[in-house]
Each structure stands twice: as C-alpha cells, then as structure tokens.
Design a protein around this ligand. Structure first.
Ligand code: SF4
Length: 373
C-alpha cells in the first residue's frame, strides 16, 4: 500500500515524550497534565487551557537508576518512567496525576516525588484513590476523588475553569477525536484491511501523548485519504489477531508482529482504542463529572475494575490462566508473551510470532481435512 500522507508526522510525534505538539501547546501557555493510567479520566485533564500527556519513555536504554530505586521485581515500564524522570525528561509537565491502581506505577510516581524529579515552581502530584468495584458506591468515591485530586487542584493552582460549561466543552473536543479514530478503526474490520495495525496504533497512541485538538486536522485528512486507499491486492498477512495487555505503548512491537505474518486488527490494552476511544454520551440532567466517571468505570476493561456485573455471568481470569482457558476451553489460538518494555527488534519475539502463525495455519489445514481442531 502507498504510505499514508501523515505517516512520518505521527511517527515523529512518538519519538519523544516532549514532542513537537507538546512544545507548541506549552508555548501557548497551556498547562500540561501528566497521567500514567487509563483510570484517571483522560477527558477531565483536557479542560480549556490544559492538555494531557500519558507518560511514556520512548527510546529507553539503560534502566539502572530506575532499577536501583524500584528493584528488578517491578515491571520495566515503571522503571523506564522513573529513569526518564530522573534524567529530567518530564520537565515539561505541570502536574502529574497517578491513581492507586497498578502498584508498580504507584511506586514509580512516589519515587519521582521523593526524588524531587520535577522542578517547575507550581508542580504538584496527586494520588487518586480508585474504587475496586464498579457500582454506585464506587462511583461516588470516583467522583469525589476526581473533584478533589484533579479539578480543584487545577483550579486552585493554575486558575483553570472547571465549570460545567468548561467540562462539556472538554467532552465535546474529546469526542471529536475519538469519533475520528473510531471511523479510522472501522477500516480494520475489512476482509483485506486498508490500514495496518501499526498505522492504526501509531495514530491512536499519538492521541494519548499529544494535545488532541492539534491532531484533528491530520486525523480528518487521514480519514479522507483512507476512504479511497486501495489495499494491496495480494494479502501480506497470514492471520488476523487481537493484541491484549496493559501498558503497550510500543508501536514497533506491533510492526514486528505484523512483519511476522499476524495482522493486528483489534486491541485491548491501556494505550488502545477498545476501550479508550469511544465517544462519551452526555445527558442534560446530571452533572458532567458523574457521567464521565460512570463512563470510565463501566467502559474500563482493566482487571482492577472487574466485578460480576461487568463480566455478566462469565468468569474473569488473570493473564496466565486466562490464556490457558481461552486456548483449552474456547479453542482460540493464543500466544502469551512476557515482554520487556521496548521489544521492537527482538529476534526471539519474531520467531515466536512466526511459529504461532504457522501453528494457526496448520490447525486450519487439519480442520479442513476434518482432523483435530
Ligand atoms: S492495567 Fe489497569 S491499572 Fe494498569 S495502567 Fe491499565 S488501566 Fe491502569
């Protein structure tokens, strides 16, 4: 397929946490709100005069300092973030909101605070409590935490407008970008998709790490371009897969998987679109914060937010057991990977994905011949 017109633009944005659009928004005097988890409602960090950046540590190399403070028991994502903070890589932030969710990320942010890694004069940290269950009691805690730990500090420290009108405007802008990304994502459902998983996730990831309003024009143009884009006549993939996990912010990994024959046509991870890029519907009768919190609470697929209502009579499993159950009880081919933070060029992963794709093909042949599944 012909390269997307804005491919290089989106790729460049992912090379650096303090990317071109972040710098442009800061030059306009906007407040940059950092976050580290999907459970901090992203839309509440995008008020008029603010924008949000979900922390990443692109081009991570050594994690020695991060490992010194967090030990090698903690995941590489949390260590990479701390390492980058100690190096001074997040000085563009004006505040950082962390939820009491993944314990490893909590430790990373606590250490950023203890080590005084952020030096801007009015910088503040907030640690939100996130309810364990999605129910009415959980919702009232969530609403109260969002008000006390996000909205009120932004108003008190930076004078940000947190009125209902400002919140509705934030939801409207957020929805515009989500709608564009969802429309682009629809092309993933085609028999021979005209967009690769790599391209789609690059666009989606950019929307987590840049001021969203500054992406609208490029997203609109990309959507128009896709409407007439011709996919390659000869399929260059051998299996379609869904990528599932938590903090996957490495588009190079998705490219590696696709180069190995598996086209990523759906996702369920914290920097992805299902959930994450669905439109938030507001009614006119309730306050916006309650509606936003309810949306995040019930849309979230995070293990932290699972309860019996959400799994609707089925069972929920942690990853190791889940991949076994999917394979053995439901018959899905599953490849379960423990990966380092940046794995983009791993020969080992390439070999594993290739073997996985081959195993799917062999199963299909057996099935056609009426053999075992
Ligand atoms: S897995 Fe859950 S707690 Fe962890 S970053 Fe994702 S949404 Fe947050």
């Amino acid at each position: 397929m012909k390269d997307l017109k804005h491919l290089y633009f989106f790729e460049k944005l992912l090379d650096d946490a303090n990317n071109e659009l972040v710098r442009a928004a800061k030059d306009e005097g906007r407040v940059c709100v950092g976050s580290v988890c999907s459970l901090v409602p992203e839309v509440l960090l995008e008020l008029p005069g603010t924008f949000t950046v979900r922390l990443r540590a692109p081009r991570t190399g050594s994690m020695e300092m991060g490992t010194y403070y967090l030990t090698s028991f903690l995941c590489e994502y949390s260590r990479a973030l701390l390492e980058r903070a100690i190096e001074g890589g997040y000085q563009f932030l004006d505040c950082l909101i962390a939820p009491d969710a993944c314990a490893m990320i909590n430790r990373a942010v606590e250490n950023m605070e203890l080590l005084e890694t952020m030096t801007s004069e009015k910088f503040f940290y907030q640690h939100m409590e996130v309810p364990m269950k999605a129910d009415d009691n959980g919702l009232s805690i969530y609403v109260s935490e969002c008000k006390r730990k996000i909205l009120e500090p932004l108003h008190e420290v930076y004078g940000i407008d947190i009125s209902e009108e400002a919140l509705r405007k934030a939801v409207e802008n957020h929805n515009k970008v989500c709608d564009l990304i969802s429309q682009i994502g629809e092309f993933r459902k085609e028999e021979n998709p005209r967009i690769t998983g790599y391209e789609y996730h690059m666009i989606t990831l950019a929307s987590y790490v840049c001021p969203k309003d500054m992406l609208v024009e490029k997203l609109e143009e990309t959507l128009e371009e896709l409407k007439t884009r011709e996919p390659d006549a000869k399929k260059n993939w051998r299996a379609k897969v869904v990528m599932v996990g938590s903090e996957i912010d490495d588009v190079d990994m998705i490219r590696l998987v696709e180069e190995s024959g598996a086209l990523v046509v759906a996702d369920r991870f914290c920097f992805g679109a299902m959930p994450g890029r669905e439109v938030i519907e507001l009614n006119d009768t309730e306050d916006v914060v309650t509606q936003v919190c309810r949306h995040y609470m019930y849309a979230s697929q995070c293990a932290r937010y699972m309860n019996s209502e959400k799994i609707n009579g089925r069972r929920a499993y942690e990853r190791m057991v889940g991949s076994h159950v999917l394979r053995e009880e439901y018959g899905y081919p599953v490849l379960s990977v423990d990966r380092p933070y940046a794995i983009g060029s791993s020969g080992q992963l390439r070999t594993r994905v290739q073997a996985f794709v081959e195993s799917i093909e062999i199963k299909k042949i057996h099935k056609k011949q009426g053999g075992a599944k």
